[in-house]
Design a protein around this ligand. Structure first.
Ligand SMILES: [Zn+2]
Length: 294
């Protein structure tokens, strides 16, 4: 009886969406844990000469290319990031034009490692070149190589001939779906819900072909291209820094797990968007029927 009834309420999209969301979530947790376990083990092994040698090699090569002050340690930052020239351009502009923002940054810089690092870089780094900020506590050579790998696709003179699509994925602005982090899991249902409501109003029942779901999928694909390219380049940089075949095996596996966590996160984002879009259009159509009945 229940099955018969639910036939009318649970659509194919909703079932597929829920499946994607759940399997994506599980997959991204498994991959992220796998990556973090190895990263933590390597980072905590401070006496490992090989790890230290590779990290120093990567930093040295980066400095040679981008300047002494363009890579800095930010203790307690809890993360590692490649920073594009655009970012600082916007950051400085905001500091100059928005008094509240400037005061907030200056005040919080005392305790917030991210702002502290940004202020340091603004006054010390060569801002025509990319920068790297990293937490020395967490930073293993693979992650560092990946972040530096990103900077090799920023718009600089020597990157002029690099793959155009990969460079585009490093530059394109509308990260609406936040596919590269967990906040995408919050944005997705909102985007999906809005899409569904718009669809419900404009199309009526059963016509769920919408731009935003496509947008999320495209965003996810562009993100995967960007991340895989950074890792591929990162592995080459590790080799240049003197990594052995055995080292590379460990790092390759780590970077694949990291890419896996992005991939599965994307699946759950697309799934969530699908479910919430369907729900949104379903609610609107129910309301339409109710109004008609009156
Ligand atoms: Zn990345």
């Amino acid at each position: 009886m229940i099955l018969y009834k639910t036939k009318y309420y649970v659509s194919k999209e909703a079932i597929v969406g829920t499946g994607l969301a759940l399997s994506g979530l599980t997959g991204s947790i498994i991959s992220a844990v796998d990556y973090m376990k190895t990263a933590k083990r390597i980072s905590e092994d401070k006496n490992n000469k090989e790890t230290k040698r590779l990290r120093d090699g990567l930093v040295k090569n980066f400095k040679k290319k981008n300047g002494e002050n363009n890579i800095i340690e930010a203790p307690d930052y809890g993360n590692a990031a490649a920073i594009s020239m655009n970012y600082f351009e916007n950051f400085i502009k905001k500091m100059e034009t928005n008094k509240d923002f400037r005061e907030k940054v200056e005040k919080e810089a005392e305790t917030n490692p991210e702002f502290k690092a940004s202020l340091y870089l603004i006054s010390h780094a060569d801002l025509t070149r990319p920068c790297i900020v990293y937490d020395p506590k967490l930073f293993d050579p693979a992650t560092m190589s990946h972040e530096i790998g990103h900077t090799e696709y920023y718009e600089t003179k020597e990157n002029k001939d690099k793959n155009k699509l990969v460079k585009f994925t490093h530059r394109y602005p509308p990260h609406i779906s936040d596919a590269d982090n967990q906040s995408g899991l919050i944005t997705a249902p909102i985007l999906g819900g809005i899409t569904g409501v718009v669809q419900g109003i404009s199309n009526g029942p059963g016509k769920l072909k919408n731009g935003l779901i496509t947008y999320s999928s495209i965003d996810a694909i562009l993100l995967m291209i960007r991340e895989l390219a950074a890792s591929k380049r990162g592995l080459e940089l590790l080799k240049e820094a003197g990594a052995t075949e055995d080292d590379l095996k460990v790092f390759r596996k780590m970077l694949l797990s990291a890419a896996g966590s992005y991939f599965f996160n994307n699946l759950s984002i697309i799934g969530l968007e699908l479910v919430s879009a369907k729900t949104g259009s379903w609610v609107v159509n129910k309301l339409k029927k109710l109004i008609k009945r009156k």
